[in-house]
Design a protein around this ligand. Structure first.
Ligand code: NAD
Length: 296
């Protein structure tokens, strides 16, 4: 019998790749409900599966910020239950905090936090009553350690960590597993879709010169990180598969080991300063050199 999988945010990126992989599974082990906010964007997904998988793929409209849309999608699942729920929809935001508009900050929390929470609310009761299920959430290393100019995004992803850990404690009593797939930079539309204050933006003129130069330095750092170490979605999908296929899934999976030293630094000194100093050196390397030169 096929495992029923429902994934959010499947019009691009990780969600799209995961939906394609599971729907094309050689053993036909999965029935995938690939959901997306805007069905007009379904062509990429359908082209990727080449129309061969009518019995393993269904595309449904679901905006995670719209409660009725979440319930409508859930009620369209023909099997009447979901074995594997993947909360993947998310958006990014980058820029100096004092320039972020309240509405934009709220919209990021609406998708990343409340969208995920209300998706979970819709599917948990059935998993509980069946005493079976696996919830996977696309996490971010930005949910494990803070990054400059990413306060709102990190807040949303830290919040997800707390929500998932809380839920996992309860759901283990129901034989329902919760797994976070912690991703570092991934080559997706994420950077393009990310709302950010561009370097040439006139709003930056209102900032003090040091913040402006640190932001420039951070943007360069991000650009080179994405260019040099970003993973492809196929690598991320492999980690999802490992979690999905495991009889005893872990709570956290890491798609690469790159973040391990940073995460460990957070616990070497409980006052948190080791991490904060280290990430400053990494994210503002130029300023580091300059301030060292100043000291010479
Ligand atoms: P992406 O922008 O390609 O995909 C995000 C998807 O979420 C898009 O299809 C988008 O349409 C969808 N989405 C946005 N708002 C939605 C809403 N209200 N309802 C339903 N869907 C909505 O980027 P991605 O990298 O594939 O992102 C997927 C997840 O991975 C996100 O949660 C993101 O935070 C996380 N992540 C990405 C990276 C990265 O570097 N790309 C790193 C760590 C974590």
């Amino acid at each position: 019998q096929k495992k029923v999988v429902l994934i959010t945010g499947c019009s691009s990126g990780i969600g799209l790749s995961l939906a394609v992989r599971l729907a094309s599974d050689p053993g036909k082990n999965y029935k995938v409900y690939a959901t997306m906010r805007d069905l007009e964007k379904k062509e990429r997904l359908l082209e990727s599966v080449k129309g061969l998988h009518r019995d393993t793929l269904d595309v449904l409209q679901m905006d995670v910020t719209d409660h009725s849309s979440v319930l409508r999608a859930r009620d369209k699942v023909q099997e009447g239950h979901v074995d594997i729920l993947v909360c993947n929809a998310g958006v990014g935001l980058m820029g100096p905090l004092e320039l972020q508009e309240a509405e934009v900050m709220r919209s990021v929390l609406e998708v990343n936090l409340f969208g995920t929470l209300q998706t979970l609310q819709a599917f948990i009761p059935n998993m509980k009553s069946r005493r079976e299920g696996h919830i996977l959430v696309t996490g971010s290393t930005g949910g494990l350690h803070g990054l400059p100019f990413s306060e709102v995004y990190c807040a949303s992803k830290f919040a997800i960590e707390g929500a998932c850990e809380s839920l996992a404690v309860l759901l283990q009593q129901f034989n329902v597993h919760v797994s976070l797939i912690e991703c570092g930079p991934v080559n997706t539309n994420f950077l393009e879709n990310l709302q950010k204050v561009e370097l040439g933006d006139s709003s930056l003129d209102a900032l003090d010169p040091l913040t402006r130069s640190l932001y420039q330095s951070f943007m360069m750092h991000c650009g080179s990180v994405f260019q040099n170490v970003a993973q492809d979605t196929e690598e991320i999908v492999k980690v999802f598969l490992e979690a999905i296929e495991s009889p005893e899934p872990a709570f956290r999976y890491y798609t690469s080991e790159a973040a391990h030293p940073l995460v460990k630094l957070k616990t070497t000194r409980l006052d948190g300063l080791d991490y904060i100093r280290e990430i400053g050196k990494i994210t503002f390397p130029q300023d580091q050199e300059e301030s060292q030169q100043d000291r010479v």
